[in-house]
Design a protein around this ligand. Structure first.
Ligand code: NAP
Length: 259
């Protein structure tokens, strides 16, 4: 299927590893030139080189913390008029809400709600003027089925979800769609390190816990980041212009609802 993305330009935040990297790679395979971002310069450069070597597209790496105004300005100056924006960053830490002070809440809101909103604010008017834009926010299955120890994530990401639900209805007439991708368990560094920690707390091996978690999923496995990247690329293509304001859950069917 031709997604008609050849020569388009994308900003992918949080793209040196995991789901962001998979989105970057899938878009590059469709001929999209990229600005990719993450904080650690070495890993980011390595990812940029891998994507260039595999796809031949232009990839600019901007090492910066996307949750800061300076970091966002750096990324945006490398690509002030993107056709595609993928918002992503690390998730907030787990814990008990009784331990979270104002600073903890502000950090979560800054990273997982306000940063995507400020990135959208910076690019959406230009996309509407050019009559093409695709914005994808990587959120979490926790938006649909909250996980109590991830209260900071549940709260901050729900705020983003509510905001973009309204905005998406204003931008689509100008061919700018905004959708959220909600990952369930995908095999990334983040999942593996969370699993290791959780296994230690339970006093079982990481492999035992891994097997338990995979068996608990209807698919009996974790998601492959490439599967996530493929949906991201499809949503960015011209054929997906009527999919707008949606929250698309990729979880192997773990959410137990009929729809
Ligand atoms: P990951 O493997 O840890 O990758 C995260 C990427 O984001 C890395 O490239 C990281 O690089 C970058 N990053 C983190 N904080 C950043 C910041 N402040 N500024 C710029 N870049 C930043 O994580 P992942 O599993 O792909 O998860 C991506 C998102 O999906 C997270 O928000 C996570 O909570 C959510 N999620 C993931 C899963 C899952 O199963 N994997 C499930 C539900 C939700 P640096 O550290 O070098 O900056």
């Amino acid at each position: 299927m031709n997604l008609n993305l050849q020569g388009r330009k994308a900003i992918i935040c949080g793209a040196s590893k995991g789901l962001g990297r998979a989105c970057a790679l899938a878009l590059a395979e469709e001929g999209v030139d990229l600005v990719i971002n993450a904080r650690s310069a070495d890993t980011l450069q390595q990812t940029a080189e891998e994507i260039r070597a595999r796809t031949g597209v232009k990839v600019q790496a901007v090492a910066a913390d996307i949750t800061t105004p300076a970091g966002r300005a750096e990324v945006l100056s490398a690509c002030p008029a993107p056709d595609i924006l993928v918002n992503n960053a690390g998730g907030p830490p787990p814990g008990d809400f009784r331990d979270w002070d104002q600073a903890a809440w502000h950090a979560a809101l800054e990273a997982n709600m306000l940063t995507p909103i400020f990135m959208i604010k910076a690019v959406v008017d230009g996309m509407q003027a050019r009559q093409f834009g695709r914005i994808i926010n990587i959120t979490s299955s926790a938006v649909k089925a909250p996980i109590s120890i991830l209260g900071l994530s549940n709260g901050a990401r729900s705020g983003l979800t509510g905001f973009v639900a309204g905005l998406a209805r204003e931008t689509v007439a100008d061919n700018v769609t905004i959708n959220n991708l909600l990952p369930g368990p995908f095999e990334t560094d983040r999942l593996i390190s969370t699993l290791d920690l959780h296994a230690q707390q339970l006093g079982i091996s990481a492999d035992q816990l891994r097997q338990q978690q995979m068996q608990a999923n209807p698919a009996k496995r974790f998601g492959d980041p490439d599967e996530f990247g493929a949906l991201c690329a499809f949503l960015c293509g011209t054929r997906a212009g009527f999919i707008n304001g949606q929250n698309l859950l990729l979880d192997g069917g773990a959410f137990p609802g009929t729809f």
